[in-house]
Design a protein around this ligand. Structure first.
Ligand code: NAD
Length: 261
């Protein structure tokens, strides 16, 4: 399939995990991909080495820094000649009991996950409006957009905020041919989950909570992003598609509680 033939795409945080899988998938579908990274030149080069089809190049920027994001967009426009799709993928988490959180850690998570996503979206929308042919903004959210996450409150707050950002921007720019959507992954095998992916016991514990009984792969998430970026999703805006093996279905209700049945 070449649903993204000739599309110019920027993927943030594409030097590893889901961002890398998105870059690979989009290039396979014919897109030219700007691979953003934050101090991970090696990871970005590895991603570039895995791209087939379209063109690709690496661009360094901290997505939370306005000056760096501005410089990144200048490079993207100069190298690709335009922008059709932004994928806001960069994200971090800093687990800690909420009453013990250092505000610097809290601020960093909010800056990268939410401020960074908005900043990149703002600049993408400016480019789309200037080009006058619409565009697509996709946000990598999480099941924690709707499911609370104790000890990860800064993370789940940012993903909850991402839902409203997705809807608000979708509504504001629907009349300009700009679609804004999000994907909400569940537990996916990527470096952000090093705490359990390579530990059989911990992984079994995680997977026991997932209705489909397994963690997802980055490629399964990239496929949803490719669909939303393509014209197959031309009438979808302001939505989050959860790709989570059923995690958002209140798994505790799989069996009837004390209801007499
Ligand atoms: P990851 O750690 O491999 O990817 C995060 C990427 O963001 C890295 O490439 C990192 O370098 C980059 N990054 C961090 N700070 C940055 C900054 N300031 N500027 C630019 N890039 C920066 O983990 P991942 O699982 O691939 O995470 C990608 C996204 O997926 C995140 O937004 C995360 O919240 C989301 N997500 C992941 C899972 C999961 O289970 N893995 C589930 C739900 C949502």
């Amino acid at each position: 399939m070449e649903r993204l033939l000739g599309k110019n795409v920027l993927v943030t945080g594409a030097s590893s995990g889901i961002g890398r899988a998105i870059a690979i998938r989009f290039a396979r579908e014919g897109a030219n991909v700007a691979v953003n990274h934050f101090r991970d030149e090696r990871g970005a080069e590895e991603t570039l080495g895995m791209l087939s089809g379209g063109r690709g190049f690496a661009v360094q920027a901290d997505v939370s820094d306005e000056t760096q994001v501005g410089a990144m967009y200048e490079q993207v426009m100069a190298r690709l000649g335009g922008l059709d799709v932004l994928v806001n993928n960069a994200g971090i988490q800093k687990p800690c009991a909420s009453h013990e959180i250092e505000m610097a850690d809290f601020d960093r998570v909010v800056s990268v996950n939410l401020r960074g996503a908005f900043l990149c979206a703002r600049n993408a929308i400016r480019a789309f409006l200037k080009q006058g042919k619409g565009g697509v903004v996709l946000n990598n959210s999480s099941v924690h957009e709707v499911i609370p996450k104790p000890k990860y409150v800064s993370y789940s707050m940012t993903k909850g905020g991402m839902e409203n950002m997705t809807k608000s921007l979708a509504l504001e720019y629907a009349g300009y041919g700009i679609r804004v959507n999000a994907v909400g992954p569940g537990a996916i095998v990527t470096p952000i989950n090093l705490a359990w992916i390579n530990n059989d016991k911990a992984r079994a514990e995680v997977e026991s909570h997932i209705p489909m009984g397994r963690a997802g792969s980055a490629d399964e998430i990239a496929g949803v992003f490719a669909f939303l970026a393509s014209d197959e999703a031309s009438y979808i805006t302001g939505q989050t598609i959860f790709a989570c093996g059923g995690l958002t279905l209140y798994p505790e209700f799989r069996v009837a509680w004390a209801s007499g049945e």
